[in-house]
Write a protein that binds this ligand. Structure first.
Ligand code: AP5
Length: 211
């Protein structure tokens, strides 16, 4: 089952992507996590990506597409995959369609999490992430800032500063929102109210995927 998660920064793509990945036994692929890994390792790719990420801008398409081509050849995607944060431009979506057409394995769903911008700003203030396994938490819902999955101390992401979040939201509306029409025209868009609690949104997604 090949899926993509769409939505603004902080809409919940990572949160729901992880839950779907566990339930369906398919890998969740986050282009943002791949870039953060490269930044931590100090690679050339990481340094290039950081220039854009620190400004709240999208990394150029050619860099993203190379990463995606490399990741899809890992060999763990035989049952499908769920992308979190890819595609983010029409060019990236067309690239994915081309790869999947060659494999004869089309995209089944583009799950779009709809969340108001002011809710996002609030959520990002309260977000903490695990630097080791990438799990995401809201400090209002946890007692200790320690990862449940691997026991690592949680951190605040550098691009979660409010002024960077605001720029990421502008970039989303300009470059990524057109993907909603793109997938609607293909008849595979599923809209979810991401303003509601995580459990509610998750139930809606699973109901749709069972169809
Ligand atoms: P990326 O890491 O993908 O960041 P993003 O898209 O901005 O999204 P986030 O990871 O910030 O949020 P999310 O939607 O996953 O929400 P989460 O589940 O954490 O990308 C970072 C950067 O890398 C980009 O800015 C860009 O520069 C670059 N990049 C990456 N991919 C690229 C691409 N394809 N092309 C070009 N550039 C690319 O949830 C947020 C918080 O809310 C959490 O605390 C969570 O617990 C909470 N929460 C979630 N859902 C709910 C709910 N329903 N109710 C209450 N709380 C909730």
């Amino acid at each position: 089952m090949n899926l993509v998660m769409l939505g603004a920064p902080g809409a919940g793509k990572g949160t729901h992507g992880n839950l779907i990945s566990k339930k369906l036994g398919i890998p969740k692929i986050s282009t943002g996590d791949v870039f953060r890994h490269h930044i931590e390792e100090g690679t050339e790719l990481g340094l290039k990506a950081k220039e854009y990420m620190d400004k709240g801008l999208l990394v150029p398409d050619d860099i993203v597409m190379d990463i995606v081509d490399w990741r899809l050849n890992h060999g763990d995607c035989h049952k499908g995959f769920i992308f979190d944060g890819f595609p983010r431009t029409i060019a990236q979506a067309e690239h994915l369609d081309k790869i999947l057409a060659e494999k004869g394995e089309p995209l089944v769903r583009a799950i779009n999490l709809e969340v108001d911008d002011d809710v996002i700003i609030d959520r990002m203030k309260n977000r903490r992430v695990c630097p080791k396994c990438g799990a995401t938490y809201n400090i209002l819902h946890i007692e200790e800032e320690i990862c449940d999955e691997c026991g690592t101390a949680l951190i605040i992401r550098e691009d979660d500063e409010e002024h960077t979040v605001r720029k990421r939201i502008v970039e989303y509306h300009k470059k990524s929102q057109p993907l909603i029409d793109y997938y609607e025209e293909q008849g595979i868009l599923f809209r979810v109210k991401g303003n509601e609690g995580i459990t509610h949104a998750q139930e809606e997604i699973f109901k749709d995927l069972e169809k």
